[in-house]
Design a protein. Structure first.
Length: 111
C-alpha cells in the first residue's frame, strides 16, 4: 500500500475532476435517469472519501485547509454502506455545491 499522503490527495483530486467530467451538461433530472453516470459518480465519491481517510491516518494536519473533510469521509461511508437509502438529490447537490470548491482546496494542497 502506498503511504505518500500527496498521492492520496492526487487521487482525491482526480476523483473530483472525474465527477465533474461525468456530469458536465447534465441537470439533476438527467443525472437521476442515467444509471451509468450515477454509478460512476458514486464510485468517485467513494474513492474521494477513502483517499482523504488515508491522508487523515498519515497526517491529519494536512487536511486542515479542507472544509468538511470528516463529512466527506462520512459521505463515502453512506454511499458504501447505505447504498439502499442514498438519495440522488443529495449526491447531485454535493456535485454542484461541494466538488468545485474541493478541487480548489486540493489543488492548493498540492502546490
Amino acid at each position: 500500500m502506498r503511504h505518500d499522503p500527496l498521492v492520496f490527495i492526487e487521487d482525491a483530486l482526480r476523483a473530483c475532476r472525474l465527477i465533474l467530467e461525468f456530469t458536465v451538461g447534465m441537470d439533476e433530472e438527467a443525472y437521476r435517469e442515467d444509471i451509468k453516470t450515477k454509478a460512476a459518480v458514486e464510485r468517485c465519491f467513494e474513492i474521494l472519501g477513502e483517499a482523504l481517510n488515508r491522508v487523515s491516518r498519515i497526517d491529519e494536519s494536512l487536511l486542515d485547509s479542507i472544509d468538511y473533510w470528516r463529512s466527506i469521509i462520512g459521505f463515502r461511508n453512506v454511499i458504501a454502506h447505505g447504498y439502499d437509502s442514498l438519495e440522488d438529490g443529495i449526491v447531485w447537490d454535493a456535485v454542484q455545491r461541494n466538488i468545485p470548491e474541493l478541487i480548489v482546496e486540493l489543488e492548493k494542497l498540492l502546490k
